[in-house]
Design a protein around this ligand. Structure first.
Ligand SMILES: [Zn+2]
Length: 640
């Protein structure tokens, strides 16, 4: 039994009530540990290391709890989440405004520290300032009050959206499980235009009225965060968020999004003409937003001969994971994944693996929970239950969750291409955790700015298309035959197909997010739909044919906690991704292998993936690439 597997929680025992008990216990232990440090000498070994360790010990207990809240959900976990809002927020406020702890960091900052330690201390001092350390008594009280309100709104909003996703809707006598985003994947298969319109309508009206109305929460959240910004002396919430991001300012974010969306809108115009013509041949004169995906799919099939039906038999879930995702990680990072059938997750459909480096040293345990269940949060994500760092011998326990439609027991699950990319993407986040080699837990793995965290994940998607990787995993399930070259070439070309549409969708959602959190007059706003309409118009991304990827009423990234004023991050990181892809294909390539080699893996691990935020992530990026990234890199990557 390896060291790390002993730390794998027994998920059966983690019932909601047990989760509640251990979380309250951990809160208590954590606070006491910090109180003990209030009078410790301000040195690295007496203060900083124990401070870091206390936080890591706390995470070890609460990370599995929060993971189960999202992955299992349901009434009892929902109730627990609500119960924990207050004590978690109070602890955070207590820490952020703790003068004694703050003074330790100030004292540390005056010592002669190694660069990694100095960077951590500097980052923490900033966190204190953003957490209200400079406020007077009244200011701190106000801040705590508004933070409690934000936590409570976020929980209510998140739970309502999770319920929306659990509901099935009926259109034309057929049941549909809605995707979390606006444009439903099913739209490309529905032949009747009225039914398409009805389905998109249902999707876009989620949260507007009914039991799961979230409009009030949207308004309350935008206003609460604005109030919080003012208490802290900022003009708006977006400014606070940008303080700790790689992007330099709110203006820089607007600039990137508007540069990219302008280019995308131009291409969109052209694509719309093609699709409209095609629709007209079907006798459809009034081409609507709900018709876009349907005709795009047909156009794609004609132009590239590609459809998901042709691809599917080559894309069996476990085969893609084990012979595709893991294979690429082996070639580049020297990682071997061994199935550990004896280890269990929280659902029988999950698989558990132990990862080892090429010397046979364990990097930790990887769990994957691929299927949708009622109660589970939407989308796909990575969580670390334990994030390795120097004190844990760099061993981690990391999970990937997705929402693939389940199949009957004993049946094989075949993926659509998007889902293949999802597997590579989420494992890219996992690699960021497993390859981390930082001294401190607080800076390890994915503990980086959120506009940087999507770099390793989006970058890992490139290997899904690599000829040698495809050859290894894209095999016909019945015949074992490798995906024909023609199909592979079509896949390669399909990367830039329909990009105008998805780029506009994305930019609209990202700009909407910025508009909610950078408006000085947000207190006057009382109509969500009207605000959205105006915001999109002002941002120059209003299009009758392309609704935003999320509307405010079902946009948990932005109205819970995580990507508020930060949805742009995916695009920001994509500029970095584009540069790194070019680096793999050109600088790091050996004998035309496109960078699929161990040496490339070593270099990018050393510069970026092992570093977490043990130094400025922008510096890590530059250490590999040598210069900053630009919006132009995104446009050429997307073929715009
Ligand atoms: Zn991601």
């Amino acid at each position: 039994m390896s060291k790390i597997e002993k730390l794998l929680p027994n998920f059966n025992e983690l019932t909601p009530s047990e989760c509640e008990r251990i979380t309250f216990e951990a809160l208590d232990v954590y606070k006491k540990a910090l109180q003990n440090l209030e009078d410790a000498p301000a040195t690295v070994s007496d203060f900083l290391e124990p401070w870091d360790e206390a936080s890591e010990q706390f995470d070890r207990v609460v990370n599995p709890v929060f993971t189960l809240m999202s992955a299992i959900g349901g009434e009892e976990f929902d109730a627990l989440e609500q119960t924990l809002d207050e004590p978690m927020t109070r602890l955070a406020t207590w820490m952020n405004t703790n003068e004694k702890l703050y003074e330790k960091f100030v004292a540390l900052s005056k010592l002669d520290l190694d660069p990694e330690t100095a960077y951590l201390v500097e980052t923490e001092l900033k966190e204190f300032r953003l957490g209200g350390i400079d406020l007077d008594e009244q200011g701190r009280k106000d801040l705590e009050e508004v933070d409690l309100e934000i936590a409570s709104i976020a929980t209510q909003y998140g739970q309502k959206v999770a319920k929306m996703l659990g509901e099935k809707v009926e259109v034309g006598g057929k049941e549909y499980q809605l995707n979390n985003f606006t444009n439903q994947l099913a739209l490309s298969d529905i032949d009747d235009p009225r039914q398409r319109e009805e389905l998109l309508d249902i999707s876009m009206n989620r949260g507007f009225g009914g039991d799961l109305d979230t409009r009030d929460l949207v308004l309350k959240m935008a206003k609460a965060r604005h109030k919080r910004a003012q208490i802290l002396g900022f003009e708006n919430h977006a400014q606070i968020v940008l303080e700790t991001e790689t992007a330099p300012s709110v203006e820089a974010v607007y600039e990137l999004l508007s540069d990219v969306s302008k280019a995308a809108l131009k291409s969109l115009e052209k694509e719309a003409q093609v699709l409209k013509k095609r629709a007209a041949r079907d006798g459809l004169e009034d081409f609507k937003a709900s018709d876009w995906l349907y005709y795009q799919e047909r156009e794609k099939k004609d132009a590239l001969g590609l459809s998901s039906d042709v691809l599917k038999p080559y894309l069996e879930l476990w085969n893609v994971l084990e012979n595709g995702v893991f294979f690429a990680a082996n070639k580049i990072y020297g990682i071997t994944a061994k199935r550990r059938s004896g280890l269990r997750g929280w659902d029988d459909s999950m698989r558990v693996y132990e990862l080892e480096d090429e010397a046979g040293k364990s990097l930790g345990i990887f769990l994957i929970d691929p299927f949708t269940r009622p109660g589970k949060s939407g989308g796909a994500w990575m969580n670390s239950l334990i994030q390795g760092y120097s004190k844990t011998d760099y061993e981690s326990i990391i999970i990937n969750c997705a929402n693939f439609e389940p199949v009957a027991e004993g049946e094989e699950k075949f993926l659509v291409w998007d889902e293949v990319e999802t597997l590579f993407h989420e494992f890219g986040h996992a690699l960021h955790g497993f390859l981390s080699k930082t001294k401190y837990g607080s800076t390890a793995g994915t503990n980086v700015p959120r506009d940087f965290v999507e770099l390793p994940s989006q970058l890992n998607e490139m290997w899904a298309y690599h000829p040698q990787v495809i050859e290894n995993y894209a095999r016909h399930f019945d015949t074992g035959e490798v995906m024909p070259t023609e199909l592979r070439e079509q896949l390669q070309q399909s990367k830039t197909f329909g990009q105008a549409h998805s780029t506009v969708e994305f930019c609209a959602a990202a700009l909407l997010d910025q508009k909610w959190y950078s408006n000085a007059e947000i207190d006057q706003v009382d109509d969500v739909a009207e605000y959205e309409r105006k915001a999109l118009e002002e941002a120059g991304v209003s299009s009758a044919l392309v609704p935003p990827r999320y509307r405010s009423t079902y946009f948990p990234h932005v109205f819970t906690i995580g990507y508020d004023a930060g949805y742009y991050s995916y695009m920001w990181a994509e500029a970095l991704v584009a540069e790194c892809e070019n680096w793999f294909r050109n600088t790091a390539a050996q004998n035309g292998d496109g960078g699929l080699n161990r040496e490339a893996g070593r270099q990018i691990t050393d510069a970026i993936l092992s570093r977490g935020s043990s130094r400025d992530p922008q510096e890590s990026f530059k250490a590999l690439i040598g210069h900053d990234a630009s919006a132009g890199a995104i446009l050429s990557r997307r073929g715009l």
